[in-house]
Ligand binder design. Structure first.
Ligand SMILES: [Zn+2]
Length: 158
């Protein structure tokens, strides 16, 4: 029991580094992976299409996002994301999904994990970096690693 409290405290700290409003709901170890369920505690948010505030929740869905490992466990965040109604009649959208600052749009990993992968893969072949990343950070496909490395190399040259 005491051990569990320690783990929960530690996970909370790590989750709050992503976003102060993230709340830990539950966690589960399966194999070498720690699944952490979180949600933001905000009651309202700004519509990204028109900038108006909304507090009318339409629905919720789960985003599965890889994050940095905790101790020897790979981490997968199950983020309960809210969909809000936009009540602005002039807005181009009736609903919008809550955005998270720590995930780049359409990404399936946190920005801090992405940065770590790029850093860990510097100067390595895609094959070598795949094995380093998959052994120590997260289960990431060849395609994703290649894409990250290409993107990073091209931005280095700019
Ligand atoms: Zn709107």
């Amino acid at each position: 029991m005491l051990l569990n409290l320690g783990v929960i405290f530690y996970m909370n700290e790590i989750v709050k580094k992503l976003d102060k409003k993230l709340k830990l709901l539950s966690y589960e170890y399966i194999g070498d992976t720690l699944f952490i369920e979180v949600e933001r505690t905000n009651k309202s948010t700004i519509c990204p299409y028109c900038g108006r505030k909304s507090s009318n929740i339409h629905s919720r869905y789960i985003r599965i996002i890889k994050d940095l490992p905790i101790q020897e466990y790979k981490v997968i965040l199950n983020i309960i994301a809210k969909v809000f109604f936009c009540k602005n009649k002039n807005c181009s959208s009736n609903t919008f999904a809550e955005q998270f600052d720590f995930i780049e749009s359409h990404s399936r990993m946190t920005t801090r994990l992405k940065n770590k992968i790029v850093q860990a893969s510097k100067g390595m072949s895609a094959r070598a970096s795949k094995s380093v990343v998959n052994d120590s950070l997260a289960n990431i496909s060849d395609d994703t690693i290649l894409r990250l490395l290409k993107k990073n190399n091209s931005s280095d040259k700019e």
